[in-house]
Design a binder for this molecule. Structure first.
Ligand code: PGA
Length: 274
């Protein structure tokens, strides 16, 4: 078998058009003095949702950007005494090639920062099947389809949290990803692997593949909440909010294809905006 092309989708996308997107309006952008304030603003909105809809379906993200969000969310859920036993969650993505129980899995991150502190049980939380998804095999297609079906069966995602990669990726939709892409196995971009290398003890030890929700999947969430903090994100934030759609910068597909996007930035991430 020849090696995959960089960023090639290793399992075929499940054919489905982007649909159900609300009518378009400009994203609401808030520039916060600190990243803690930005993270807290997102957490408070999630709490308001859980207050109004105790069986809400949350789309969750991992990464340094989300640590403060989950910290504030745990605090606020406890402060308000919210019952979160009927919440359902779907995470965006997971690395391939790691054993179940590996502390570098995104599942472990979520357990540490959110699921254990809030007492979520296994039936409430969902990840794409990183063990079943074998690149190019039927298993990868099945794992992807099962994830899409599980999201549908839960009634769709009410609110999706999103970070942005320095290369503009959204979840693991790397440069070259179609705005109609669905859950699938992908090859990770070099920038993504470099950014993760410290966690894995070096670039060569960093996973080469992952399974991720597609951009089309993400765009079907009823609300998107995008967070970006720090100067390294300023160039992609500028493209997210002002750039034309560009296959090389996946975040550019969000702005004009969804009607309920709010963006939380800190001053550094906003420094290239007028
Ligand atoms: P970060 O990652 O929060 O660690 O910056 C964001 C992302 O890659 O989506």
């Amino acid at each position: 078998m020849s090696p995959p092309e960089p960023h090639e989708n290793l399992s075929p996308p499940l054919a489905a058009p982007v649909s159900g997107a609300p009518s378009m309006s400009a994203p609401i952008v808030t520039v916060h003095s600190t990243k803690l304030q930005g993270a807290t603003a997102a957490a408070l909105e999630i709490c308001d949702l859980l207050d109004a809809k105790p069986d809400a379906v949350l789309g969750l993200a991992t990464g340094g950007t989300m640590v403060g969000v989950y910290g504030a969310l745990v605090e606020e859920v406890q402060r308000r005494g919210l019952d979160v036993s009927r919440v359902t969650t779907f995470n965006l993505d997971e690395y391939l090639g790691l054993d179940a129980g590996d502390p570098r899995l995104f599942r472990h991150f979520m357990d540490e920062h959110l699921f254990v502190p809030l007492g979520f049980n296994d039936a409430q939380v969902h990840f794409p099947d990183h063990v079943g998804a074998r690149p190019r095999g039927a298993d990868a297609v099945d794992a992807a389809r099962q994830y899409e079906e599980a999201i549908q069966a839960a009634g769709g995602i009410d609110l999706q949290l999103l970070g942005i990669g320095r290369n503009g990726h959204i979840a693991f939709n790397e440069p070259g990803s179609s705005p109609r892409s669905r859950t699938r196995v992908v090859e990770l971009h070099e920038v993504t692997r470099r950014d993760a290398a410290e966690t894995f003890g070096g670039f060569d030890e960093t996973p080469e593949r992952a399974i991720t929700m597609g951009l089309g999947t993400i765009l079907e969430a009823r609300a998107l909440r995008v967070l970006a903090f720090g100067a390294s994100k300023a160039p992609v934030v500028e493209r997210l909010l002002r750039g034309a759609e560009d296959l090389d910068i996946p975040c550019t597909f969000l702005r004009e294809r969804h009607g309920d996007i709010a963006v939380h930035l800190d001053i550094e991430a906003a420094r290239l905006l007028p």
